[in-house]
Design a protein around this ligand. Structure first.
Ligand code: HEM
Ligand code: NAG
Ligand code: NAG
Length: 320
């Protein structure tokens, strides 16, 4: 009797300890408070992608750029004001991240269904999953219960999101700093099977790098002038064959030296440490999609605000 109550106390103390050190995200977090959450988000994402297929890519990227900067806390969504500097004009985001109006539409629909309950950070996580599914990729159960930050950090956005000039070691260490493995990094980079990049992000590669297949180099040069400042915002698909289908062509391209960004091609260097992972994904769509889904869940777990930390923003663009 005495020893069993001792064990109960120990167990209780241990659970308390876990509660204070680990995030408390769960897949059923809103099942009572907002039962129509998933269907509400999905129908809005569906119509946004129907309107513009690229939007799925843009929405997926928003969750990445949220999570990599002080955790998945909706900080990327905060607008700059006269006395508040957010993340939207940080180097990796300026003239680049998009989809904020779609997030506003989703948030309004969710607020209509269940006012004041669902965080913007969770909306980004669900929206990323739905975008991948709608474009033909894998599904996964999204963990929920994140709360929204009242702050943002342009400096952290500058420093935490990897630039396309990164080499392999830099990519590995940026991800590892957030608890993501090399395999997670390679799988998550498969997001570049969808979406577009601006000339300014790949100009140096298409004019100067030798590990780029020459036909593709010529094609990309035709719409991305050599001189910095001209055509900077001209777009090219990250996956040349199927930029609105979530498939494993990204990896097939890497093996043929057809990565658009310098950072993409770093994953397959013909002698690099991640070549074998890329080969594996290029040969097996199902290995890629299951590793991708697992890595998305890990990325979504980065440093969330839970419990009474942060808030449930009413408007994703500003603190309450
Ligand atoms: C591995 C390091 C990564 C680097 C260096 C990188 C870099 C970039 C760059 C430079 C662009 C083009 C942006 C522009 O020109 O405006 C881009 C686009 C994109 N990135 Fe990444 N990225 C990385 C990882 C990721 C991850 C982990 C995800 C998602 C989980 C992701 C999702 C996307 C998507 C979907 C697009 C296309 C967006 C659109 O069309 O609006 N990227 N990335
Ligand atoms: C982010 O980087 C840009 C370009 O280097 C710089 O102008 C800006 O001040 C940086 N932001 C912060 C808060 O350091
Ligand atoms: C190519 O490399 C040369 C030498 O480093 C550099 O001067 C030039 O600006 C680069 N060109 C582009 C388009 O990046």
């Amino acid at each position: 009797m005495a020893s069993s109550s001792f064990i109960a106390i120990l167990t209780f103390a241990f659970l308390l300890f876990l509660g204070t050190t680990r995030a408390q995200l769960s897949t059923n977090f809103y099942s009572n408070s907002c039962p129509r959450l998933f269907s509400t988000v999905k129908s809005t994402v569906q119509s946004a992608i129907k309107n513009e297929a690229r939007m799925g890519a843009s929405l997926l990227r928003l969750h990445f750029h949220d999570c990599f900067v002080n955790g998945c806390d909706g900080s990327v969504l905060l607008d700059d004001t006269a006395n508040f500097k957010g993340e939207k004009n940080a180097v990796p985001n300026q003239n680049s991240v998009r989809g904020f109006n779609v997030i506003d539409n989703i948030k309004s629909a969710v607020e209509n269904a269940c006012p004041g309950v669902v965080s913007c950070a969770d909306i980004l996580a669900i929206t990323a999953r739905d975008s991948v599914v709608i474009l033909g990729g894998p599904s996964w159960n999204v963990k929920l219960g994140r709360r929204d930050a009242r702050t943002a950090s342009q400096a952290a956005a500058n420093n935490s999101i990897p630039p396309p000039t990164s080499n392999l070691n830099q990519l590995i260490s940026r991800f590892s700093a957030l608890g993501l493995s090399t395999k997670d990094m390679v799988a998550l980079s498969g997001s570049h099977t969808i979406g577009q990049a601006r000339c300014t992000t790949f100009r140096a590669r298409i004019y100067n790098e030798t590990n780029l297949e020459s036909t593709l180099a010529q094609t990309r040069q035709s719409n991305c002038p050599r001189t910095a400042g001209s055509g900077d915002n001209n777009l090219a698909p990250l996956d040349l064959q199927s930029p609105t289908a979530f498939d494993n062509n990204y990896y097939k391209n890497l093996i043929q030296n057809r990565g658009l960004l310098h950072s993409d091609q770093q994953l397959f260097l013909n002698g690099g440490s991640t070549d074998s992972i890329v080969r594996g994904y290029s040969n097996s769509q199902s290995t890629f999609t299951s590793d991708f889904a697992a890595a998305m869940i890990k990325m979504g777990d980065i440093n969330p605000l839970t419990g009474s930390n942060g808030e449930i923003r009413k408007n994703c663009r500003k603190p309450n």
